[in-house]
Design a protein around this ligand. Structure first.
Ligand code: ASP
Length: 310
């Protein structure tokens, strides 16, 4: 069953004109992450590779393509977690970096802290020699159009985002049985400046523990935080539920208790995996035993050989 890698490209209602590209990007990121695992790379290397690819893809709400805050600026959150040691690193409200997930990994590896925020995170990036990119290079016309639309007095940015999300995340188990997760986002549409969402918060925007499994979620961050979604799902797994049943239980609780919609990718230590969502859609892909699994609408599950062209 090992290695395995599962990726999501955000939960929501993906408009037909974006569904094809959304699923194509997730498939190619899954291939890239799985290639790392097949070469004997670690679960951490695999999830960071997959998420980096999606941050570089302007069709997702992460890195280039991030949604804008109320001032029309990009502020991003990202997290990684290593299930062997429970080491984790995160950044929140960070600007001017192309790959927040790699900066989160540096926080994990080079500091004694779990999360650096805003200017402190940017200072750390400079200290680490991470290239600074112009703020404009992370902004797409699509993001600017949605920002403008949601400045209208009658706009409902949360509902609009539930329509079209695109946060990215991955979970993996490597050949040695080590587990990791990574998640990256531009956050919620027209959020207040300085807003920190679930993605940067351990247990909410991701959790990995070799003894139980790993989860990377997407959805309304404030709802995810209220129920500590990732850890909640792993708790259900500790109580004996499968990755799939635990994912459904966690998402159902978030919906009934706080009215939040979203989705998750989940793995257990044996490499059993799930991609589940309570939103209308979520683009996802999984690679295992040289087979690529993928889907976007509820109940959809296609397969092809991992070596087939995208
Ligand atoms: N969870 C992300 C946030 O609230 C948004 C998303 O998943 O689309 O920042």
């Amino acid at each position: 069953m090992l290695p395995v890698l599962v990726v999501h490209g955000g939960a929501g209602h993906i408009p037909p004109e974006r569904a094809k590209v959304s699923i194509a990007g997730v498939r190619s990121a899954t291939r890239a992450g799985y290639a790392v695992l097949r070469r004997g790379g670690s679960a951490m290397d695999g999830v960071v590779e997959a998420v980096t690819q999606l941050e570089n893809n302007p069709y997702y709400n992460a890195g280039c393509g991030s949604v804008l805050n109320v001032k029309g600026e990009v502020e991003m959150d990202a997290i990684v977690m290593d299930g062997k040691t429970l080491a984790s690193g995160a950044v929140s409200a960070v600007r001017n970096v192309a790959n927040p997930v790699q900066l989160a990994r540096l926080v994990m590896e080079k500091t004694s802290h779990l999360c650096l925020t805003a200017e402190g995170a940017n200072q750390f990036a400079r200290d680490m020699g991470v290239a600074e990119v112009p703020a404009e290079s992370l902004i797409t016309d699509y993001a600017r159009m949605r920002w403008r639309k949601n400045l209208q007095p009658d706009a409902n940015p949360v509902e609009c985002q539930m329509g079209k999300m695109g946060t990215v995340g991955a979970v993996a188990v490597d050949m040695e049985g080590n587990i990791a997760c990574a998640t990256s986002t531009g956050g919620m549409l027209n959020k207040m400046e300085g807003r920190v969402g679930d993605t940067a918060c351990i247990g909410c925007g991701g959790y990995a523990d070799n003894k139980v499994g790993a989860v990377s979620p997407t959805g309304h961050g404030e709802a995810i935080m209220k129920v500590v979604l990732s850890r909640l799902i792993l708790f259900h797994m500790e109580q004996g539920q499968s990755a799939e049943a635990a994912s459904d239980s966690g998402l159902a609780y978030m919906k009934s208790r706080v009215g939040g919609l979203g989705g998750v990718v989940t793995v257990d230590p044996q490499g059993r995996w799930a991609a589940r969502f309570s939103s209308r859609q979520m683009s996802w892909a999984a690679a295992q035993k040289d087979t690529l699994h993928y889907g976007v609408a509820a109940g959809e599950h296609f397969t092809q050989s991992i070596d087939e062209p995208n």
